[in-house]
Design a protein around this ligand. Structure first.
Ligand code: B12
Length: 270
């Protein structure tokens, strides 16, 4: 747990200049720039299709292109694997990505911190929202059995967890969060076709703002979600593939404790 008086754990770290660190793709030798790329074209497999794949990769800027595999992928479609050289150098030193800072707490410690610091149960409400019916991810976080040997939030005596399941409307989720006086709202978005996850997640935050509920903690999760995207969509934090329930519980409790100690303001609270 962060010491009282220390900066909130989701505050951006102080800007520190990293030394230049140029990187190129690694194929057979360091800095050779060789990469492998796969894609599908809407043409039947044939010598012309193979040449189309080569030109396609060249048009993307690859040099010395080799079409390593061409496989039919249904009628009138072909799947290609190409190798080529990308003359791209990046300065790794310039790359900054916001990351969720998590306390290193296990089940026992999280319960202890809630009991001794907040003196009440933490209430979370979660759902897979919109058209999305993929419940396995939110179940992994909330349900008793948990994920990868890590107990789910329902297994924490000091957390009251409500899993609303699949295809939950944003308005219904907020309504339930209000009824339950929830501390945190957990949202799962698995379907990303046509960026529906972004649209749906941003709409939830917009609605929460309109209803004066943005002071709750909003956490977004799913295989294509990361902290940066979640922050851009207006959430407090984002979690991707392989997330364990104790990481989510630790994050939520750390934030609530930080707020209780006056180290972190509730976002959007007027
Ligand atoms: C199982 C499955 C289904 C099941 C879902 C059953 C259920 N009750 O969930 C069924 C058969 C219903 C289904 C249907 C469809 N599916 Co499907 N499905 C899958 C599949 C095979 C596995 C998903 C899964 O369970 N993963 C396991 C869990 C544990 O992982 P996870 O979701 O990533 O969750 C972890 C993290 O992301 C994170 N997390 C997730 N949510 C949250 C939330 C919070 C708050 C936090 C903190 C963390 C967190 O923590 C979890 C644990 O680490 C995937 C392919 C794949 N291999 O991933 C396709 C997949 C997701 N499905 C896909 C599609 C397209 C569909 C359909 C549209 C197909 C169709 N044409 O009908 C429908 C959509 C139905 C709908 N309305 O949503 C695509 C999505 C493509 C895209 N990018 O949009 C995938 C990727 C398959 C593919 N390659 O095309 N599907």
């Amino acid at each position: 747990m962060s010491a009282p008086g220390s900066p909130p754990s989701d505050a951006p770290p102080p800007a520190k200049k990293r030394p230049p660190h140029p990187i190129r793709a690694y194929g057979d030798r360091r800095d050779d720039g060789r990469i492998q790329l796969s894609f599908t074209l809407p043409v039947a497999a044939s010598p012309r299709a193979r040449e189309a794949a080569r030109r396609f990769a060249e048009a993307m800027g690859l040099r010395a292109v080799l079409v390593a595999a061409m496989e039919p992928a249904g009628r009138d479609y072909s799947f290609f694997v190409v190798y080529g050289r990308a003359d791209v150098t990046l300065d790794y030193g310039e790359i900054e990505v916001p990351e969720v800072t998590l306390p290193e707490w296990g089940w026992k410690e999280i319960n202890k911190v809630i009991k001794e610091t907040l003196h009440r149960k933490v209430v979370v409400v979660g759902a897979c929202t919109g058209f999305d019916a993929h419940t396995v991810g939110i179940d992994a976080i909330i349900n008793m059995k948990g994920y990868a040997g890590d107990k789910g939030l329902e297994a924490y005596p000091w957390i009251e967890a409500h899993n609303l399941g699949a295809q939950v409307d944003n308005a219904a989720l907020l309504e339930r969060a209000k009824e339950l006086s929830a501390d945190a709202v957990l949202v799962s978005q698995i379907i990303t076709q046509r960026d529906v996850h972004k649209e749906n997640a941003a709409a939830l935050i917009e609605l929460a703002r309109k209803r004066g509920m943005r002071g709750l903690l909003f956490v977004l999760g799913g295989p294509r979600i990361d902290h940066k995207l979640a922050r851009e969509l207006g959430f407090d934090a984002g979690f991707g593939s392989g997330t364990k329930p104790s990481q989510v519980a630790g994050y939520v409790v750390d934030r609530l404790v930080a707020r209780a100690e006056g180290r972190a303001p509730a976002e959007g609270r007027e």
